[in-house]
Ligand binder design. Sequence first.
Ligand code: LMR
Length: 333
Amino acid sequence: MRFRTLMAGLVAATFSLAAFAQQPIVIKFSHVVAHDTPKGLAAEFFKKRAEELTKGRVKVEVYANSTLYKDKEEMEALQLGAVQMLAPSLAKFGPLGVKEFEVFDLPYLFDNYAELHKVTQGPVGQQLLNKLDAKGIHGLAFWDNGFKSFSANTPIRMPADLKGKKLRIQSSKVLEEEVRALGGLPQVMAFSEVYQALQTGVVDGTENPISNLYTQKMYEVQKYLTLTDHGYLGYAVIVNKKFWDGLPSDVRGQLETAMKEATAYANKIAEEQNLRDLEAVKKSGKTVVYVPTKEERMAFKKALIPVHQKMESRIGADLIHEIYKEIGFNPNI
Ligand code: LMR
């Protein structure tokens, strides 16, 4: 009798072990933007390919629109292992202690996606991702969004039009300095709170790539949008390092392939999505879209490029100059 009980127990244990072995590895991927954005769509693409390539051994759960965590909490959750994957904007790595990522926030540094890719897809980008390891985070890839424009409830033609305006920014010291250089008042705020802050007048304006302005419906509460394209907003896809290193190596390889494909997809659709959303904003009739003249654009550049030098001590003069060289940027306009 005792033997039979023992055997029954053993069989049950074997079954539950087998069941356990078949449990998929779950990757919780949290982000703050809408589904229908470059990042939202790329996250879904990654999910699909990761699940296909691993034949279901990995299950990716995507939580969009800050439904799981907001900006600041998501970084903490990743480090604690409560989520496994994020794609925060490069402007949000300062609080982690990796200030170098703020180099991407320098106004007018990149003129187009091709210049940017020289950095994000080259050795400088890799060096930056490697810096995350010391924080218990592994950097997998850079994903594009696009170039930011200023919006407000009053027309924006010249830098002086933003003087005294309260402008919502992401948590980057470079962006803080950017707004100060225009005589504005920077207000750091989580992305999920921006619509309401604009609606209630807690802030007067903000800066966004058009896809974010449109999908968060900010255009409903911003009468004027000026296509300044004064800075870049993109993402680093990151994972909890302990989780990543602990994956079976074949699974890790399959996920790397899925990420490579998702990165190519993200960077292919980003520009299209932003252009599509710009048309949608125009069509809404709620926001006046203004294209600055050559002179007005130059005035913004003159006001904002000095931010580069001011931020050298924070980001590192060497890194800034390495990027200047890589993309052929001349700060003396
Ligand atoms: C923002 O806070 O404005 C952006 O970082 C949101 C995002 O993830 O694109």
